[in-house]
Ligand binder design. Structure first.
Ligand code: PNS
Length: 175
């Protein structure tokens, strides 16, 4: 109830953090955590893309994301297929939050943001990534881990463990 006696219904501000998250890195987690401070509810939306080969299944990616975001009371993890804006509309999400690592990210991200706004009026908020993670990408982490490089500081611990196990499994299968 407001001081004027009229009841005020506060709209829940929801944001989506979309991506492939194959697997989630410390860079992703930094953006998710910062979004969780800005919005009432954050939905980490994992894209189901049957045309792209991945190291982890969508279920495994959801499991890892759920584990590493468990400390935030307002973050949930979900999967979607099709257009991101359709998912946002169905779930009453009005903002997409994306991390920008470097200028190289900007062109494509701007194009998608403008397209998404044109399609559905859904805005994209760009967050500069923590400089500590500006070089970080899931694809690089997977490649480095495959050839035995140290990626321990780049991923949450439980994800690092699962990545090493999966890489070992893959390397064994290829021998
Ligand atoms: O982690 P990624 O693979 O860089 O994430 C890209 C993602 C999932 C955010 C983007 O590909 C996406 O939104 N895909 C859903 C399909 C869609 O809405 N395409 C039109 C974009 S304008």
């Amino acid at each position: 109830m407001s001081t004027s006696g009229k009841s005020v219904i506060k709209k829940i501000r929801k944001a989506a953090c979309p991506g492939s998250f194959d697997p989630v890195t410390n860079g992703h987690l930094d953006i998710i955590g910062r979004a969780a401070h800005l919005y009432d509810e954050v939905v980490v939306a994992v894209l189901i893309n049957k045309n792209k080969s991945s190291l982890f299944t969508v279920e495994e990616r959801i499991e890892m994301l759920t584990e590493v975001t468990a400390g935030y009371g307002n973050v949930r993890v979900d999967a979607f297929h099709g257009l991101l804006v359709d998912y946002c509309r169905t779930n009453e999400i009005d903002v997409i939050v994306k991390g920008l690592r470097a200028v190289s990210d900007f062109d494509y991200e701007l194009q998608m943001a403008q397209m998404n706004r044109g399609l559905a009026g859904i805005d994209t908020l760009f967050m500069p990534t923590n400089p500590e993670y500006s070089f970080l990408a899931s694809s690089l982490v997977k490649e480095i881990a495959t050839y035995g490089g140290d990626v321990a500081g780049l991923l949450p611990e439980p994800v690092h463990k699962r990545l090493l196990a999966r890489v070992e499994q893959r390397n064994d299968a290829e021998q």
